[in-house]
Write a protein that binds this ligand. Structure first.
Ligand code: 4NP
Length: 156
């Protein structure tokens, strides 16, 4: 199963989510992340995101930012968005109901109905990155469980 994580710049929230989710899933899952803007294309994640992940034993230092492509909408099985603007931007790129069905708000999918957007820590401090890490880590526990269940039932 192929999983895509989407945020704005692909240097803070989605690289963290990619790293955390990979750490919880087997290699049968392919996890990648992208941004809705190309401003940071080719850059490694924000130093604060790299440090926060490293504090939890996860290496995201070799990831490279890239913008989302139309072909991603067919290639990936699940497309998880960090906030509502990302969700709307991705939905506006879709050309079929099949593509639209793949696009979800990450926290909503994880069962967080009050807090459905991952706050952007880019303008914040290290403590904001740590808070976002905790939010994502909890959500990744739920999402990785769901994905493993779906992968099993799809094979039957
Ligand atoms: P991200 O954070 O979407 O979580 O990667 C941001 C990265 C860059 C900018 C904003 C948010 N920016 O304005 O450059």
């Amino acid at each position: 199963m192929k999983i895509l994580i989407v945020c704005l710049g692909n240097i803070c929230r989605s690289p963290l989510t990619e790293g955390i989710l990979k750490s919880k899933l087997s290699e049968n899952f392919f996890v990648d992340s992208v941004g809705t803007i190309s401003m940071h294309e080719g850059e490694t994640p924000d130093k604060r995101a790299v440090q926060t992940a490293a504090n939890h034993g996860i290496d995201i230092s070799k990831q490279k930012s890239r913008p989302i492509r139309i072909s991603d909408l067919d290639y990936f099985d699940k497309i998880y968005c960090m906030d509502l603007k990302n969700y709307e931007d991705v939905i506006s790129m879709t050309q079929s109901e099949e593509q639209r069905q793949k696009v979800r708000l990450f926290l909503e999918e994880a069962g967080n109905h009050q807090n459905i957007e991952v706050p952007d820590p880019y303008w914040g401090e290290m403590s904001d990155f740590e808070n976002v890490f905790q939010l994502l880590d909890n959500a990744c526990n739920k999402i990785s469980h769901q994905l493993q269940q779906q992968a099993i039932s799809n094979k039957i």
